[in-house]
Design a protein around this ligand. Structure first.
Ligand code: AHM
Ligand code: MG
Length: 335
C-alpha cells in the first residue's frame, strides 16, 4: 500500500523540498488545521453536545449568532493566539481586529476567517465549514491596525476551508495548486486525498438562490434564463441546479466536479455590493478556484484585484468553471 501523506508531512515537504512556505506559515497552517479538528468534533456532537441553536447575540453585520458560530470563533482564537506566528486576526464574528495579546510573541502573519460558514445549515445537519485567508503584515508598520488587513486578495499567502460534511475535508492552497486532505478520525490526522485539483472549464451545473430572481440585475437574469431554456435555448444543452446555502459546500462541489456559483448583487439592498464578505469568504474561495484553473469575478472585475476599503466589506461573487464565469462577466461588461 502506498504510504499515506499527512498534512504535517505535506507541509514539511512544501517547506523543505519546494521552499514554498516559511516555517512560521507552516506552523500557522498546522494550528488552523488543529482548530478545524476541534470544530469538527463540536459540530459532530450536535444536540448531544448542547451546541445547537442560537446564542443571545448578533454579529457586526446584524446577523443572529448561533452557538456554534461563537464556539468556532473561540476555538480559532485560542488555538492561534499563543504560537508566535500571528500578529492579529479578523473574523466574521468580531466587530474589529483581534490583536495577539502582549504576553505572547508576535509573528508576521494576519489570519482572517469565517469560523462557521453556512450558519443557517447548522441546526438542520447540512454541511457547513470554516473558511480562512492568510496575509502578511505589511513590513515596517509598528503594531497592527485594521488598515494592515486591507490588502487585495492577490496578496494572500495561504487560503483554504474545512468542510464539515459526511467527511471532514480540508482544502488548501499556498499558491501552488490546490490539495485536499480528509480527516482520519481514528488517527486524528488529515490525510492527503487529492492533489492538483482542477475545475473543468465547461459545466452544465449552476448554483444560485433562485428565490432572489426578481431582484437580479439584467446580466444575471439573462445567463440563468439561457441555462433554463436548456437544449432548446441558445446554450443548446440542459443545465442542472444545486444550492446548498453553505458557500463552503457549494465551492467544494465545484472544486470536485465543476460548476458555477453566484451570489450576485441584487436590488433588495442596492447600496450593498452583495451578501458575501470579500476578505474572509470571497478572497480565499476565489484564490482556491483560480489555483484550480477556474475564475472568480464580481461581474466586472477579478475578485482578487479588488482593493478592500473595509474589513467586513461585501462583494458580488461569480466563481467556478472558467468558460461560464467568462461568459457571465461578458454579459456584465457588454452593458
Ligand atoms: P454566513 O456566513 O452567515 O453563513 O452567510 C453566508 C452564506 C453562504 O455560505 C451561502 O452561500 C449564503 O450565505 C446563503 O445565503 P441565502 O440563505 O441567502 O441563500
Ligand atoms: Mg459565511
Amino acid at each position: 500500500m502506498a504510504s499515506r501523506i499527512s498534512l504535517t508531512r505535506f507541509l514539511v515537504e512544501q517547506q523543505r523540498v519546494d521552499g514554498h512556505i516559511p516555517s512560521q506559515l507552516r506552523l500557522l497552517l498546522e494550528v488552523v488545521a488543529r482548530a478545524c479538528k476541534s470544530i469538527s468534533q463540536a459540530v459532530n456532537k450536535g444536540a448531544l453536545g448542547g451546541v445547537l441553536g442560537s446564542a443571545d447575540s448578533e454579529n457586526v453585520q446584524g446577523e443572529v449568532q448561533k452557538k456554534l458560530d461563537i464556539i468556532a470563533n473561540e476555538v480559532l482564537i485560542e488555538a492561534n493566539e499563543w504560537g508566535g506566528h500571528l500578529a492579529a486576526m479578523a473574523s466574521e464574528e468580531m466587530d474589529s481586529i483581534y490583536l495577539v495579546p502582549n504576553r505572547y510573541p508576535q509573528g508576521e502573519y494576519l489570519l482572517l476567517f469565517d469560523p462557521l460558514d453556512g450558519s443557517s445549515n447548522i441546526d438542520v445537519n447540512v454541511s457547513i465549514g470554516t473558511i480562512f485567508s492568510v496575509l502578511k503584515k505589511p513590513e515596517g508598520s509598528p503594531g497592527v491596525t485594521e488598515q494592515d488587513f486591507l490588502q487585495a486578495g492577490a496578496q494572500q499567502v495561504a487560503a483554504g476551508y474545512c468542510v464539515y460534511g459526511p467527511q471532514t475535508t480540508l482544502v488548501l492552497t499556498v499558491g501552488d495548486g490546490v490539495s485536499m486532505f480528509t480527516l482520519d478520525r481514528e488517527q486524528g490526522s488529515f490525510v492527503l486525498t487529492q492533489e492538483n485539483v482542477r475545475i473543468p472549464a465547461d459545466t452544465k451545473e449552476f448554483a444560485i438562490n433562485m428565490s432572489n430572481m426578481r431582484h437580479w440585475d439584467e446580466p444575471v437574469k439573462r445567463y440563468i434564463d439561457e441555462c433554463l431554456q436548456g437544449k432548446e435555448g441558445p446554450r443548446g444543452k440542459d443545465f442542472n441546479m444545486r444550492w446548498i446555502a453553505s458557500m463552503v459546500a457549494d465551492v467544494h462541489r465545484i472544486l470536485t466536479r465543476g460548476g458555477v456559483f453566484m451570489y450576485p448583487w441584487d436590488k433588495r439592498e442596492p447600496n450593498k455590493p452583495g451578501k458575501l464578505r470579500l476578505m474572509y469568504e470571497a478572497n480565499p474561495m476565489s484564490w482556491l478556484v483560480e489555483q484550480a484553473g477556474g475564475a472568480a469575478t464580481n461581474g466586472r472585475q477579478r475578485i482578487l484585484d479588488i482593493q478592500p476599503s473595509q474589513l467586513h466589506e461585501r462583494v458580488s461573487v461569480i466563481l467556478g468553471s472558467k468558460n461560464e464565469v467568462d461568459r457571465i462577466t461578458s454579459y456584465h461588461t457588454a452593458l
